[in-house]
Design a protein around this ligand. Structure first.
Ligand SMILES: C[S@@+](CC[C@H](N)C(=O)[O-])C[C@H]1O[C@@H](n2cnc3c(N)ncnc32)[C@H](O)[C@@H]1O
Length: 424
């Protein structure tokens, strides 16, 4: 009988690992308790199940012994070409590195991967933690490693990258040229090799793949690890599988997998997740961070010099004043070239209302609407003309003054002429 694609085992991985044949696993990913000295608990998305696991220890030595015993077992089941990735945070990363050095050998250290993500919190004093660490070791030097490439950054001079390089007579790297002195192009380039800093968003509360399991990791993170260290059909092991993220990612990528967990709820959840594994699409990874900067640059340039916070992804508000009004935010909108002042005012009023702002500032950039009267504006809106409008209005006044002055001068000259003509 052929082996199942996925196996989910309930129990302590120390014992379960005894039942896995030695040198059969291509990749092991471990996301054990992090030495937080906390009980982690949460509720499932449908609010029907409770999940929990303890991460409470008498001290560092108990934690260290717990992990070392299990990492030694993982070492045995890995193939010679296999790799281990161990996830941790600052609670015990210093310990994990030493443990892995002693089990796998310091020379088998491959990378310290920094998984970084954006978080918004003002709670703690000090720097906001925005990363976790994943140590990557291989069992031998003959480990499997698939190169992954990303896009060149906007600042990269692609033209230079494509040019073939050679060494001159002093051994210095120069651009290769042909007999006529013309640059030689080196052909297709694959992109920038994957670095050890991975920006992958944390699962947001509405993410499709979110199960509600505490400390659940994103499928995208596991997919990347699996892609780097395995090929299709390879065997992936997660001895602390929790909600089964590793198994879901392995399934999506056509790899076999084994998951182990002491929590019965985790095992049930992992099995149910494998019925139809999903992954949350990350627009951030697909489109890049810059695509989120949707604030209208022309509009913001009109607000230059003001102490403001530009607003992205809001069709009614361009910025907030840093100064509050009655303790409330003050939104600002700049009228667009294509919109009437009433359209701009209505968009701003709606957006301001949803932010519970009682005052909002609308910058008028043109006067195309003859029927407009300020009494029509929502009361919360302060209308201010842009500098360009002020200048235009002042120029119009000056021109009008000039016309009046000229007319007066002409009239005066005519009077003088008349008087001259009347003279005997
Ligand atoms: C940090 S969570 C794993 C989360 C998982 N990576 C995910 O994405 O959902 C750690 C898991 O280790 C399990 N665990 C703790 N001690 C264990 C042990 N001795 N053997 C197997 N699993 C264990 C806990 O029940 C918990 O589910």
């Amino acid at each position: 009988m052929s082996e199942p694609l996925e196996q989910v085992i309930h129990g302590d991985c120390l014992l379960a690992l005894e039942h896995i044949r030695h040198s059969t696993v291509d990749l092991a990913y471990l996301d054990p308790p992090f030495f937080t000295n906390r009980h982690h608990s949460s509720i499932s998305r449908d609010r029907k199940s409770k999940f929990s696991f303890a991460d409470v220890w008498s001290g560092l030595s108990e934690y260290s012994e717990f992990l070392e015993a299990r990492i030694r077992k993982v070492h045995k089941v890995l193939k010679d070409s296999g790799s281990i990735y161990v996830h941790c945070d600052t609670s015990a990363n210093f310990l994990l590195r030493t443990l892995l050095d002693s089990v796998f050998g310091a020379n088998q250290f491959r990378s310290e991967i920094i998984w970084t993500y954006r978080r918004w919190s003002n709670s703690a004093r000090g720097l906001l933690p925005a990363h976790q660490t994943i140590f990557f070791y291989s069992k031998t030097d003959g480990y499997k490693f698939n190169r992954i490439y990303g896009a060149y950054s906007e600042t990269t001079n692609i033209d230079q990258i494509l040019q073939l390089r050679a060494r001159d007579e002093h051994g210095v790297s120069v651009y290769a040229t042909d007999r006529d002195g013309c640059i030689i192009y080196g052909g297709e380039k694959k992109g920038v090799p994957l670095s050890d800093v991975w920006e992958i968003p944390f699962l947001n509360p509405k993410a499709k793949e979110r199960t509600g399991y505490p400390t659940q990791k994103p499928v995208l993170l596991l997919e990347r690890i699996i892609e780097v260290s395995t090929d299709e059909g390879d065997l992936v092991l997660d001895p602390f599988c929790g909600s089964g993220t590793t198994l879901a990612a392995a399934n999506l990528l056509g790899r076999r997998s084994i998951g182990i967990d002491t929590s019965q709820e985790a095992v049930v959840l992992t099995r149910s997740r494998l019925v139809a594994p999903t992954k949350t699409d990350s627009a951030l990874l697909r489109k890049g961070r810059d695509s989120y900067a949707t604030a209208d640059k022309d509009a913001l340039s009109l607000l230059a010099g003001l102490d403001i916070l530009p607003v992205q992804r809001n069709s009614g508000i361009d910025a907030f004043l840093k100064t509050t009004f009655d303790g409330l935010l003050v939104p600002i909108r700049v009228q667009r070239r294509t919109e009437t002042i009433m359209d701009a005012a209505n968009k701003l009023a709606r957006a301001a209302h949803s932010k519970k702002a009682t005052k909002a500032i609308l910058v008028r950039t043109h006067k195309s609407d003859d029927l407009f009267s300020e009494v029509l504006l929502p009361r919360s809106i302060e209308l201010i003309d842009s500098t360009a409008l002020h200048i235009k209005a002042r120029v119009a006044e000056l021109l009008a003054e000039k016309v009046t002055e000229n007319a007066a001068n002409t009239a005066f000259q005519w009077t003088l002429c008349d008087k001259a003509a009347q003279r005997p």
